[in-house]
Design a protein around this ligand. Structure first.
Ligand code: HEC
Ligand code: HEC
Length: 366
């Protein structure tokens, strides 16, 4: 019921926002045609656009803080190692980084990802960049935060396929170099190597995977940060009602919404319905963040949409009941390109992992 209300609210907001913005857009067009100084007007309307965009998108923080899991350097350093450590998988070939490649904008470019013995699930791997800001994790939001999320893939039989939490902890304890690192990351704990602490360390590392870019510079007042086409695309993105769902600093990640809001979308995946069992949640998914979206193809929960243009057109048709011209699609694509951010190469550099000990088990390909 709660979700249904949100969906309906989304529509009315969308309509109201679109009308208001279209009205504003018209006023701007009128101004500029009557102006002798086109350059000055262009600057003025950029400034106005910035003013209108600011409350919609807000400011991207430098890290996604958590009272439950405060970020410390020791935790982050340990989390980075665990993120890259393929020994946390049954075959010892798969790490978090296999499906969420940090030097590839946090994805692997596959519609669905090969896990243990090449098995694939039904869903596309979303990017880990900026994910810690989302209202919940996974396409259906079934994990509340990145710490809870990180406990899933290690034990998932088609992902990293570890047999149990106990086996994972035993593996970590068998690697001598991890003991002092866990002790430093989780001080004053008698037995710091636990499954939950593994997830906390990974979560702390993910909380700083943030990619600010030109769009943030624009919102912060740098009018020249976006090109004319990108500015036009931002204007259309706002006018068309994309912002009724893709809002906030991560341009998404703040709401659950129905996929196929104005026209049923063909998919067997019922999304959030599987989590809540609530009829209103059928085909409801987390609205994904559009940060770095130009670099994270293929798209949608099942990776079935190959190009950004196709994703934009599909959104227009199924979420807004609107067909975009090729020029409109290209302009939105240009704006979305401005959401590609800067990855901190030092932060994501693959660390040297502690060596296995005498009792560390070897790979198991069964
Ligand atoms: C075999 C590929 C694979 C591996 C290995 C893997 N993931 Fe994922 N990850 C996925 C897929 C697929 C999803 C989406 C699943 C869904 O929504 O049901 C996902 C979702 C996520 C999300 C949610 C992002 C969002 O926007 O909702 C995060 C965060 C994440 N994974 C982090 C990790 C971490 C940390 C590890 C290592 C402990 C890991 N993943 C290992 C494939 C993988
Ligand atoms: C009513 C809510 C809603 C509106 C309006 C909306 N979207 Fe979406 N968008 C979603 C949802 C939900 C998904 C996830 C689809 C899925 O689960 O397969 C999505 C996915 C996307 C994706 C794919 C992202 C990825 O990583 O796979 C893009 C790109 C996108 N939207 C762009 C837009 C654009 C551009 C507009 C405006 C023309 C728009 N959206 C309007 C809800 C919305």
């Amino acid at each position: 019921m709660g979700t249904k209300k949100t969906v309906l609210l989304g529509v009315s907001l969308s309509t109201a926002a679109s009308l208001a913005l279209i009205a504003l857009g018209c006023a701007n067009a009128g101004d500029s045609s009557g102006s002798a100084d086109g350059g000055a007007t262009a600057t003025a309307s950029r400034a106005q656009l910035m003013e209108r965009a600011r409350p919609i998108f807000g400011t991207l923080a430098t890290e996604a803080t958590s009272a439950a899991n405060p970020i410390t350097e020791a935790k982050v350093d340990l989390g980075r190692m665990l993120y890259y450590d393929a020994r946390l998988s049954k075959s010892q070939e798969i790490s978090c980084n296999s499906c969420h490649q940090l030097d590839g904008f946090g994805v692997d470019g596959e519609p669905t990802s090969p896990g243990h013995k090449g098995q694939r699930g039904g869903r596309n791997s979303p990017t880990v960049y900026n994910a810690a800001f989302h209202l919940a994790q996974f396409w259906d939001g079934r994990a509340p935060d990145v710490e809870e999320q990180a406990k899933g893939p290690v034990l998932n039989p088609i992902e990293m396929a570890m047999p149990s939490e106990e086996a994972t902890v035993a593996l970590l304890k068998s690697i001598p170099g991890y003991a002092p690192l866990f002790a430093e990351a989780f001080p004053n704990q008698p037995d710091p190597i636990t499954y939950d602490n593994m997830a906390r360390a990974i979560g702390a590392f993910e909380r700083k995977l943030v990619t600010p870019g030109r769009f943030d510079a624009f919102l912060a007042g740098d009018e020249g940060a976006l090109s004319d086409t990108e500015v036009a695309g931002l204007e259309l993105f706002m006018q068309a009602g994309c912002i009724s769902c893709h809002v906030g600093p991560t341009v998404g990640g703040t709401l659950f919404q129905k996929l196929g809001l104005v026209k049923p979308y063909p998919t067997k995946d019922t999304g959030r319905f599987e989590v809540t069992g609530n009829e209103a949640d059928r085909f409801v998914f987390k609205v994904p963040s559009l940060r770095n979206v130009a670099r994270t193809a293929p798209y949608f929960h099942d990776g079935s949409i190959a190009t950004l243009d196709d994703a934009i057109r599909t959104m227009g048709q199924y979420q807004l009941g609107r067909s975009f011209t090729d020029a409109e699609t290209a302009s939105i694509r240009a704006f979305l390109g401005s959401l590609t951010g800067d990855v901190d190469a030092t932060y994501i550099a693959r660390p040297t992992l502690p060596e296995s000990g005498a009792s560390t088990p070897g790979p198991d390909n069964s």
